[in-house]
Design a protein around this ligand. Structure first.
Ligand code: ISJ
Length: 281
């Protein structure tokens, strides 16, 4: 039986995947499937994927079927650099307005709803759309875009629109980091395939550590060919904005996010946040 691993195609996730030994994985019948976050969330929930980087919000919706892997996440200490609310008007004028949401996210969509309800007490009309800023703003006052599209939009539009980094907003209001994505494995697969899941986890941890040791240099070289930008911009993104750990600090941020999502009826219960301890080194 092949094990299908979900690989997030956005640049933010690259440090977790860049140094994986894909030849070794293939020999072990482990295949990597590259998709956008919303597709990975669906794939793991439907059982098309066995283990995946998924939106932390999606974990809350399916926690009874999943196990959480330790030591891996896509988090931001403060500003995240790729999750923006772009707005025609200042955020203080967004009450009762229309906001378009990217259809590629789960965590950030719920995070925006939490932030605008809990800390601004706004009522907002939301519509989910493809992440094209011009189309989104055609009929809406603001839009939420994540990932590579957000990085490129910020670069092009930053002088014309108000932009709000959701990681920064979360940090200002709560003093906590925000965890956007985590690694989950389906419980039934974990029970059958503990050895292989452990091997995959080792590779992900190795990739995370090597990426940091090499100062993200080889991967930035590749990213620049596709997206431009200079080394210091991308280094800042990987090094200062993003964080790939899942330690107590990230867990505290995630726990509070879930509590607020529950308070505002976005999830039915706050999930249990206990990563698989047997996997720890
Ligand atoms: C930092 C990011 O993290 C992510 C945000 C996600 C979400 O909002 O559901 C899911 C996975 C990550 O890609 C980003 O996409 O910009």
């Amino acid at each position: 039986m092949t094990i299908s691993v979900g690989h997030n195609q956005y640049t933010n996730a690259l440090p977790l995947f860049f140094y994986i030994d894909y030849d070794k994985m293939r020999e072990l019948n482990i295949s990597f499937v590259t998709r956008l976050p919303a597709e990975l969330n669906r794939g793991l929930a439907d059982g098309k994927l066995d283990i995946s980087l998924i939106s932390s919000f999606s974990y809350a919706l399916n926690a009874e079927k999943y196990e959480l892997l330790p030591g891996l996440s896509v988090s931001a200490q403060k500003a995240v650099g790729s999750i923006y609310l772009f707005s025609k008007v200042p955020i203080n004028d967004l009450n009762n307005k229309n906001i378009a949401l990217t259809n590629r996210s789960a965590t950030s969509v719920a995070l925006l709803k939490v932030l605008l309800k809990e800390f601004y007490n706004y009522d907002v009309n939301y519509d989910v759309m493809d992440p094209n800023v011009d189309e989104m703003l055609n009929n809406h006052d603001a839009c939420l875009i994540i990932g590579d599209e957000a990085i490129l939009t910020f670069r092009e539009k930053k002088l014309k629109l108000y932009s709000y980094d959701l990681g920064r907003m979360w940090s200002i209001f709560t003093g906590l980091p925000m965890t956007f994505a985590i690694f989950a494995v389906r419980k039934e697969i974990y029970l059958q395939k503990q050895v292989e899941i452990r091997l995959i986890w080792d590779e992900l941890i190795k990739s995370k550590e090597l990426s940091r040791e090499k100062k993200f240099r080889p991967m930035i070289h590749k990213i620049k060919e596709k997206y431009g930008g200079d080394y210091s911009f991308w280094l800042d993104y990987f090094n200062s904005c993003l964080n790939y750990e899942l330690n107590e600090e990230q867990m505290a941020g995630l726990q509070y996010y879930y509590e607020l999502a529950y308070k505002h009826s976005l999830i039915e219960r706050v999930p249990n946040l206990s990563p698989l301890s047997m996997l720890e080194k």
